[in-house]
Ligand binder design. Structure first.
Ligand code: PRP
Length: 203
């Protein structure tokens, strides 16, 4: 079974779960992108690419944030909320300034274009979306946008830049996902793994 993990802290935490299940060390060596152990092949993938590997069946299962699968509208099965990587997707803006609410069109900077479009269009609010790739908090500070839509974890980045959370769009956490065909083909193995993960993770 192939498992796509998002590089970094979440991958380490998931490998920690496997360590507890199998009582063996699971660790990617140096710069290696593949780890084979206990009948599993783990793939070390960028966060935003996990759903692509799973959707196209290059991996059977994967771990990815709900924010990512929502933004990408991934056609995958969601098996389990791992409760890791908890965060919110929120509208952020300059502290104490709610002037954006009175505008006929709001300029929003974000890397989450689909989530942003859907949120504001459901509210019937016209927006102009500016796609950025990172450091989103900078945009309202220099007049590039009225507000931002971004990931908020501790809230420190907003705070340290004189911004505040204005509206919460959604809550997110890491989910165990499966390719739909893989799930049909390997249902007993996948469900057994889900049970064992649930047991050690207390999810
Ligand atoms: C994310 C997000 C915020 C920050 C939120 O950025 O885009 O900037 O983390 O975390 P906090 O609420 O705990 O401060 P990331 O580190 O992924 O960098 P980037 O957006 O600049 O790529």
């Amino acid at each position: 079974m192939r498992i796509a993990l998002p590089k970094g802290r979440i991958a380490d935490e998931v490998l920690g779960i496997f360590k507890r299940i199998f009582d063996e060390d699971f660790k990617f060596e140096n710069r290696k992108l593949i780890l084979k152990k206990a009948g599993f092949t783990f793939l070390n993938v960028r966060n935003w690419d996990v759903a692509t590997y799973v959707e196209r069946q290059a991996a059977d299962i994967g771990v990815v944030g709900l924010d990512v699968i929502t933004e990408l509208r991934s056609d995958v099965l969601e098996l389990l909320d791992l409760g890791l990587g908890k965060c919110r997707i929120s509208v952020g803006g300059i502290k104490g300034d709610d002037g954006y609410k009175k505008k006929s069109e709001i300029v929003v900077a974000t890397k989450l274009q689909n989530i942003t479009k859907e949120y504001f269009s459901k509210k019937g609010i016209p927006t102009q979306i500016i796609k950025l790739n990172g450091s989103i908090e900078l945009a309202p500070l220099v007049g590039l946008s009225d507000v931002i839509v971004d990931i908020v974890e501790t809230g420190n980045t907003l705070k340290e830049n004189g911004l505040e959370e204005k509206e919460v769009i959604m809550h997110s956490s890491a989910r165990l996902i499966a390719n739909k065909n893989s799930f049909l083909l390997k249902k007993p193995q996948i469900l057994e793994l889900v049970d064992r993960i649930r047991e050690v993770n207390g999810a």
